[in-house]
Design a protein around this ligand. Structure first.
Ligand code: UD1
Ligand code: CA
Length: 456
């Protein structure tokens, strides 16, 4: 039996107080809705339908590349109405899994188990027990102590005082055969406290039809926690970050403080890595064996070779770093930076579209843009490659073993030969041959005797 996923994402999310649709607010750097879609896609559904409404265009633009279909719910008449909008496009032989764009952390494994129950012909619900069940739909079970089979879901606003005592709540997530939904959804009425078409009414209909009601519960309530405001989003972010940090610790990555580490993407880590406090890892990052990351570093979409030291307050974006390099403190490696083995980039050095050959060093106060640096080159403090004339960018080549004196401006396009020396303070505009010395600065004049000015 095939699976189709319906993700509700039409609501306004008023309490976020945002111009942005709620489901697009990021958790761990990724829109909440995208988390839900990615977990669902691990089940390899035939189709995924996103029910959009408020700010539909913004939501559609974000999910356009993810292989999902959007269906418009022009007016938000309730969760039952929302699911009904997607049903015409759903194969009537399929199992339907209903998810929510603002419930981002449901694990794929839990979704899978729910769909398995639906495959056995049950209406499978995801429920959770909460100390404070206020606001949620209550799971009403048979028997005086409410512990028997599930009979119905009663929304908070429709519940009797006794029903309000129930701690087991509806997460909203369910799985069931499409053919059942097709029979039930048109029969849902809106004669309730909110005048809405409640998806939850299908539970009582299933009971009437003699369909078994299955249920599952998450390992952690956060896995089914929805986000209605920024406090809830921040709390869920922290929980998720803590889970990721604990996973890294058990995988053998030493975090100085798991509560001061943020992973917004995917980290592939070797052995014996140490990560100091307040580090943010973003996008796809690979850290080789023995990498040390100092405090307050931001590393995004980068590959860091084994044994490399990244010192405090460094920012690395789209860079390829080989083994045993040293970066920072206070270095900024921008997109297109490539460091070969044993290269060193020190404090207040910025690189962009620049390769440093093995053993080369730019230790202090330097800008290298569009620059190819060979092996064992020393770039002195204050060196600038002038790669931009205001309109076009040009390349600088610095060959193996060259020595660039401090405070040099190297005006591209230009090539410095192997073993060449550039005298400190030079402005280089012409190519320099191998092993030559280039001096391009005002000559020093000493004036003597020199009579100092006196106060008038
Ligand atoms: C719903 C459930 C409730 C459950 C709770 C869990 C119903 C009737 N109630 O209540 O049992 O405890 O979720 O959070 O289902 N949406 C649409 N279109 C609509 C209405 C809603 O897309 O017409 C989306 C919303 O954007 C939201 C989700 O569905 O993401 C839930 O809707 P909401 O109105 O917040 O339902 P609750 O009242 O919280
Ligand atoms: Ca809600």
């Amino acid at each position: 039996m095939s699976l189709e996923v319906i993700i509700l994402a039409a609501g306004q999310g008023t309490r976020m107080r945002s111009e942005k649709p709620k489901v697009l607010h990021p958790l761990a750097g990724k829109p909440m809705l995208v988390h839900t879609i990615e977990q669902a896609q691990r089940l390899q559904p035939g189709q995924t339908h996103i029910v959009v409404g408020h700010q539909a265009h913004q939501v559609e633009a974000v999910v356009a590349s993810l292989g999902v279909k959007c269906v418009l719910q022009a007016e938000q008449l309730g969760t039952g109405h929302a699911v009904a909008q997607a049903m015409p496009a759903v194969d009537s032989d399929a199992i339907v899994l209903v998810l929510y764009g603002d419930v981002p952390l449901v694990p794929a494994a839990l979704m899978q188990k729910l769909t398995e129950q639906a495959g056995q012909g049950k209406l499978a619900l995801l429920t959770v027990n909460l100390n404070d069940a206020s606001g949620y739909g209550r799971i009403v079970r048979q028997g005086p102590d409410n512990s028997g089979p599930i009979q119905a879901i009663i929304e908070h606003k429709d519940a009797t005082p006794e029903q309000l005592q129930i701690k087991e709540i509806n997460t909203g997530i369910l799985a069931v055969k499409a053919s059942y939904l097709n029979a039930w959804l048109p029969r849902i009425e809106s004669n309730n406290a909110q005048g809405e078409i409640y998806l939850t009414d299908v539970v009582a209909m299933a009971v009437d039809d003699g369909i078994a009601i299955g249920y599952l519960q998450p390992d952690f309530p956060q896995q089914t926690q929805g986000v209605n405001d920024r406090m809830q989003l921040a709390a869920l972010e922290r929980w998720h970050q803590q889970q990721q940090a604990h996973q890294l610790l058990s995988d053998g990555v030493q975090l100085a403080d798991p509560s001061r580490f943020d992973l917004r993407g995917e980290l592939k880590a070797g052995t014996d890595i140490y990560i100091d406090i307040n580090v943010i890892i973003e996008g796809q990052v690979h850290l080789g064996n023995g990498v040390h990351v100092g405090p307050n570093c931001h590393i995004k979409d980068a590959h860091i070779g084994a044994g490399t030291q990244i010192l405090a307050n460094s920012v690395i974006d789209q860079a390829q770093i080989s083994a045993n390099c040293s970066i920072g403190p206070f270095a900024r490696l921008r997109p297109g930076t490539i460091l070969h083995e044993n290269a060193k980039v020190g404090n207040f050095v910025e690189t962009k579209k620049t390769t440093l050959g093995s053993g080369s060093k730019a230790n202090h106060f330097t800008y290298l843009g569009d620059t190819e640096v060979g092996e064992h080159v020393n770039i002195g403090a204050g060196t600038i490659t002038c790669n931009f004339d205001g309109v076009n960018k040009f390349k600088t080549h610095i060959a193996d073993g060259a020595f660039i004196g401090s405070n040099s401006s190297i005006v591209a396009p230009v090539s410095i030969g192997a073993g060449a020396t550039i005298a400190a303070g030079s402005t280089i505009t012409k190519d320099v041959a191998n092993d030559n010395l280039a001096i391009a600065r005002g000559k020093q004049r000493n004036i003597a005797p020199w009579v100092k000015p006196v106060k008038l």
